[in-house]
Design a protein around this ligand. Sequence first.
Ligand code: ADP
Ligand code: MG
Length: 292
Amino acid sequence: MKSRVIQDEPEPTDPIDAPAAAGASHGDKEQKMEATTMPAAQADGLRGSEADGPVVAAHELNRRYGEGETAVDALRGVSLQVGTGKLTAVMGPSGSGKSTLMHILAGLDQPTSGEVTIAGTSIGELNDTELTKLRREHIGFIFQFFNLLPMLTAEENVVLPLSLAGEKPDAEWVDELMKRVGLSERSGHRPSELSGGQQQRVAIGRALVGRPTIVFADEPTGNLDSKTGGEILDLMRGSVETYRQTTVMVTHDPRAAAIADRILFLADGEIVHDLARSDEHEVIAVMEGLTR
Ligand code: ADP
Ligand code: MG
């Protein structure tokens, strides 16, 4: 069976390319798809790390693509700490380095220099197996184009991270999650039988099922109409409120940024603004300042 992988731009580090495609399109990072996985059994223990400071921190990240005259410096000295139990939005023009930053924070790509710490572990020091394990335990990832497995039902897609980790899903938790994402009635449907919004709901369920330390979402509403996008934002915000789910969300949309507790603005690979919770108009004013 063919897996359909749709991407808006060449992003070789996208993990959930479907096992069917493993080793085919992205042979250099075969294990990337495991990034969303995380055994539920460890969830409670992870919450204990909150007292120890930020669960994800980056120090002086640089990322250069290519070499010589054509080299692109996608990140230039980015440092940040992600607030536990908070929703952090990352905004910035196309090409400002948002996806590069997300992929590096999630351990899907490596910085040219600099350090990322996840739940107290500096990930640059890990070997591939250790990194895969850390991603599986600590990270959920939501993509603009959902990246669901077409041959699996909605519920099978949601529990996939646990299945891959050899974990037995807790039926009550899966039921609660399917209800929360509004898919109880659609649990047996395949992605092709679901709307875009419903597919993104599945992807959110999949990111949350392992109760990860942190969820990254790269433009989760970018491929949805405004009303559906609003419902997805409500769901993202709801998971922060209900589960204290630490979340970092990339977005173009000022309305999306307005649900965040903090908004970081990237321009040309640098963090140029760091706003506390702001309304849509304040966000727009900062964006206009960036493009002037
Ligand atoms: P954003 O997500 O904000 O649109 P990206 O992180 O995708 O930005 O890209 C930042 C910069 O790095 C852009 O100039 C982009 O063209 C470049 N870039 C991204 N990925 C690659 C790659 N694999 N090879 C070369 N250049 C890349
Ligand atoms: Mg991007």
